[in-house]
Design a protein around this ligand. Structure first.
Ligand code: T46
Length: 137
């Protein structure tokens, strides 16, 4: 499984740092939605789902967290701990977010507006869809 982790350009001067993200330039899709999670309680794991078509970039703009990615064949863990790093999470990828530091703010740039129908929340259904996708590829 190929992990795509971006190191965004940092504009720094003696005042501090700034990162600017433009759709299609820095982000490989049109940004239709931005959301973020914070105050995540100790020991909590979020996610436990995949998306049929949604593509996203995850950026831990403060603090740190870990992301477990699973394409149905292979699993990988990615740490996000820099505000200039972005993890690309394509569709058909199971994700779990965990090990949030108490100060973590995980921001997500999304290619689609929120649609519950796009979620695959059952792991066996996800595995079945991956298998069927491979058979029809
Ligand atoms: C994902 C990971 C990384 C909305 O009303 N609008 C939204 O845009 C989102 C993202 C959520 N919600 C509501 C739906 C639920 O009642 O907020 C509540 C929490 O959402 P959820 O349990 O899906 O959150 P996570 O942290 O498990 O997953 C989220 C995204 O939903 C998901 O697309 O890839 O972050």
């Amino acid at each position: 499984m190929q992990i795509v982790k971006y190191a965004f350009q940092q504009h720094g001067d003696d005042r501090g740092m700034l990162v600017a993200l433009e759709e299609y330039n820095d982000i490989p899709f049109e940004i239709k939605r931005v959301y973020y999670m914070y105050d995540t309680k100790e020991g909590v794991t979020r996610g436990y789902h995949a998306h049929k078509s949604l593509k996203q970039i995850l950026i831990c703009i403060h603090g740190s967290c870990k992301i477990r990615l699973d394409n149905g064949r292979e699993k990988k863990i990615v740490s996000l701990e820099k505000p200039y790093e972005g993890l690309y999470v394509p569709n058909n990828m199971w994700r779990e977010m965990y090990d949030f530091s108490p100060d973590a703010v995980l921001m997500v740039l999304a290619s689609e507006v929120y649609r519950e129908e796009d979620y695959i929340r059952d792991y066996d259904t996800f595995l079945k869809m991956v298998k069927e996708g491979l058979e029809h590829a």
